[in-house]
Design a protein around this ligand. Structure first.
Ligand SMILES: [Zn+2]
Length: 280
């Protein structure tokens, strides 16, 4: 089994994420370190950071993932937006590092009509610029698989492979698999054989050891629909079985697996109960 948990709220103070995670008996959590829909953010208060670290150190939570702002597009062809995205991403790294978190997850980007290959190249190049400008030591940056909605890249494992091929320090990077996104992108994981094939394909292109996190979400939408709509575990189009394959996959024993399902804590509780019940 992996380290099961959820994306929890930091409302009222960044350290409240730890309490929220503890209440849900999470072994891993994911957080935003600032509003995910805004560019600007106040710097983290020293006092809050200390409290966060102290509470984490005595909690059951082993790994913490930071998710970046939804506004960031490292593949943007618009110079202004691209610059803003780059600066904002550097800030995300600094905040994640200040909190001592383990991973920073980001959506690779959208080409906005410019085409996928240029976008992929720009993302890789930008990651190189970023990691020369800021020290990301001890923080692994994870590219998340996407549903391929709109002009988003990252809905094929090949896209992630190509970005990772551009970066100068591949050891600083990894992948976060979102089950809803890959399913919407056309990767079927509903049967044992299908799951095995998808993992084999990933292994051949990127390497299973580059999977550092999972987002466990069922999907409201059909296989290959390229639409990003998360659903609670077991009631979506993916179904319970797929999650059983993942939580019982020995290769992912120490990998954080967090829910991003709708409905808040009440549903997180139910979903975590389902996931724990699937463990053999
Ligand atoms: Zn996700």
């Amino acid at each position: 089994m992996g380290l099961l948990g959820a994306h929890v709220s930091t409302s009222g103070g960044i350290y409240n994420a730890i309490t929220n995670g503890e209440n849900l008996k999470c072994d891993a959590i994911q957080i935003f370190t600032k509003s995910q829909m805004r560019w600007d953010a106040k710097p983290l208060k020293e006092k809050d950071v200390e409290k966060f670290k102290k509470m984490w150190s005595v909690s059951r939570i082993k790994k913490i993932i930071v998710h970046d702002s939804y506004l960031i597009n490292l593949g943007s062809p618009d110079p202004e937006k691209h610059k803003k995205s780059k600066l904002s991403f550097i800030d995300e790294i600094k905040r994640a590092k200040k909190l001592g978190t383990n991973f920073l997850v980001f959506h690779p980007g959208a080409h906005m009509g410019e085409g996928e290959s240029k976008c992929i190249k720009r993302i890789g190049d930008t990651l190189n610029e970023i990691t020369t400008e800021v020290d990301s030591e001890n923080l692994i940056i994870l590219i998340e698989t996407t549903a391929g909605q709109g002009t988003n890249v990252g809905y094929r494992f090949e896209h992630l492979r190509d970005i990772l091929a551009i970066v100068n320090n591949p050891e600083k990077f990894g992948v976060c698999i979102d089950t809803c996104h890959i399913f919407a992108a056309g990767y079927d994981i509903r049967t044992a054989d299908a799951y095995k094939n998808v993992m084999r394909e990933f292994n051949g292109l990127i390497g299973i050891n580059k999977i550092f996190a999972f987002h466990l979400n069922d999907a409201k939408v059909d296989l290959g629909s390229r639409v990003d709509r998360h659903e609670n575990i077991g009631v979506g189009k993916i179904g319970k079985d797929a999650f059983g394959f993942i939580v019982n996959d020995r290769r992912f024993e120490s990998v954080p697996m967090v829910l991003e399902t709708p409905g808040g804590n009440e549903y997180y509780e139910k979903n975590l109960e389902i996931l724990r019940g699937l463990i053999k």
